[in-house]
Design a protein around this ligand. Structure first.
Ligand code: FAD
Length: 278
């Protein structure tokens, strides 16, 4: 597998210790020559400074980086300011999202209601300067009206000006292939890169999955539960399961892999090592 087709996602660290740890993590993952690193953005601008600082550190190190920007709680003015800053710094890629309200409620205060409006705004303000990524949901966004409506909204968002898409993580590869086929049938013109969540901690994974609507298949959930506090078994099983998932995706034509690293170099590095060794 071509290792240059991977990208790695970080969240902005909250403490100086976290920032220091992340420097080591990105140095390690940087050795894998990713297409880009991305840095998440907390709803309502809660990580505005942290996202900016992390993006600028990566950029100063000469690493390709894509800040996430989101709609919730933002105004045209605040987004415009952010775009101007990123553009002046020479950043060329963005991940444009709606974001989530802290309560999980749909919509939210701010000038943009949905990500397609944000994509349109970025294009109007900055032309073709940014490569824009948007989010896709092979297992359907949890707040959508229906799978068909969600798919149509996704394609509408892409057509508003996105260059490529990254999916929510999933463990059912068939859901991804079906999503890609259905989006293509609606005229989606861009590559859709699967998001990959390494498995390291069952409780955390279960919590995230409940919140974002990603299904943990029963057989995986039962096996992980059975390991209890045995972290080594969780790690070994998680690596095998996610490696097989990645192999199926790549063999089936996925145009790349986007890893939700959770700011850890391992196991993402180990998964990439295994995939490169095939
Ligand atoms: P949208 O595309 O706006 O869709 C949101 C919902 O509204 C969907 O149910 C959709 O069907 C519906 N919808 C879309 N457009 C319309 C329309 N025009 N009219 C009516 N309904 C519509 N969250 C963060 O807060 N910060 C991050 O940094 C972050 N990074 C992420 C990175 C990736 C790769 C992914 C997959 C998710 C990320 N998220 C992040 C989570 C994301 O913000 C949430 O999943 C959010 O609930 C939806 O964002 P979206 O951009 O997909 O929204």
């Amino acid at each position: 597998m071509k290792i240059s087709n991977v990208s790695f996602e970080f969240f902005p660290p909250k403490t100086p210790e976290g920032a220091e740890k992340l420097r080591g993590v990105r140095a390690r993952l940087g050795e894998l020559d990713p297409e880009f690193f991305s840095v998440t953005f907390g709803a309502g601008g809660s990580t505005k400074e942290g996202t900016w600082n992390t993006v600028m550190e990566l950029h100063a190190e000469g690493r390709p980086v894509a800040p996430h920007i989101s709609c919730i709680g933002t105004t045209r003015g605040s987004v415009s300011e952010l775009l101007t800053g990123y553009r002046a710094a020479g950043i060329r890629r963005l991940v444009a999202l709606r974001g989530d309200m802290p309560s999980g409620a749909a919509g939210g205060a701010g000038d943009f209601r949905y990500a397609n409006e944000l994509v349109e705004f970025v294009r109007t303000e900055t032309g073709d300067w940014f490569h824009i990524e948007v989010a896709g949901y092979p297992e359907t966004h949890p707040q959508s009206r229906s799978p068909a409506d969600d798919l149509a909204r996704f394609v509408q968002k892409v057509k508003a000006g996105a260059d490529s898409a990254i999916t929510q993580y999933f463990f059912n590869p068939d859901a991804y292939f079906r999503f890609v086929d259905d989006a293509a049938a609606l005229g989606c013109p861009v590559p859709i890169v699967p998001g990959i969540m390494p498995i390291t901690n069952f409780m955390q994974l279960a919590r995230f999955s409940d919140a974002c609507g990603a299904e943990i298949p029963r057989w995986i959930r039962r096996r992980l539960e059975s390991f209890g506090d045995d972290r080594e078994s969780i790690r070994a099983f998680g690596l095998d399961v996610v490696q097989q998932l990645c192999e199926r995706l790549v063999d089936g034509g996925a145009p790349g892999l986007h890893f939700y690293t959770m700011n850890q170099a391992e196991p993402t590095a180990e998964l990439c090592r295994r995939l490169a060794a095939r």
